[in-house]
Design a protein. Structure first.
Length: 142
């Protein structure tokens, strides 16, 4: 449930970072300004994967996203978030421990946002919680 708001947050972050003129790739922001990957510690840590299908319209989603973004980042154990959205939204939030993820779910303002998510923002969603045991990557920047 707590990922409802995290997906909402990630949607807002992604929307802000991917703004470009329609069909005008010449004016799009550089990739480094449009998207970022969460910086995570060496495993193990917890990943909460939230897959969702949104309802039509904003219905207060953007405002709540800004609030939840700031609030989540201040929570103990919060490591970061990654998100991609089109017809299907997928957001992964990273937490130092599973208890940290559970505690975020119980924050009063976040519980309100979860309720609004079920009421106004999502047609359906699925939450999966996993322990990251290994990670590796690539960066063109070196």
């Amino acid at each position: 449930m707590f990922l409802i708001v995290l997906t909402y947050l990630a949607t807002r972050i992604a929307a802000a970072k991917f703004e470009a003129a329609p069909d005008d790739h010449e004016t799009a922001a550089p990739v480094s300004e449009r998207a970022s990957l969460a910086v995570t510690p060496q495993p193990p840590y917890t990943a909460v994967i939230f897959s969702s299908i949104r309802t039509e319209g904003d219905n207060g989603y953007a405002e709540m996203s800004d609030r939840m973004d700031e609030l989540a980042a201040r929570q103990p154990g919060y490591l970061g978030i990654e998100s991609a959205h089109s017809d299907l939204g997928i957001t992964v939030s990273y937490w130092a421990t599973e208890d940290d993820a559970r505690n975020w779910k119980q924050v009063a303002d976040h519980r309100l946002a979860q309720q609004l998510g079920r009421q106004d923002w999502y047609e359906r969603y699925r939450v999966r919680v996993a322990t990251v045991e290994r990670e590796y990557g690539f960066s063109r920047d070196g």
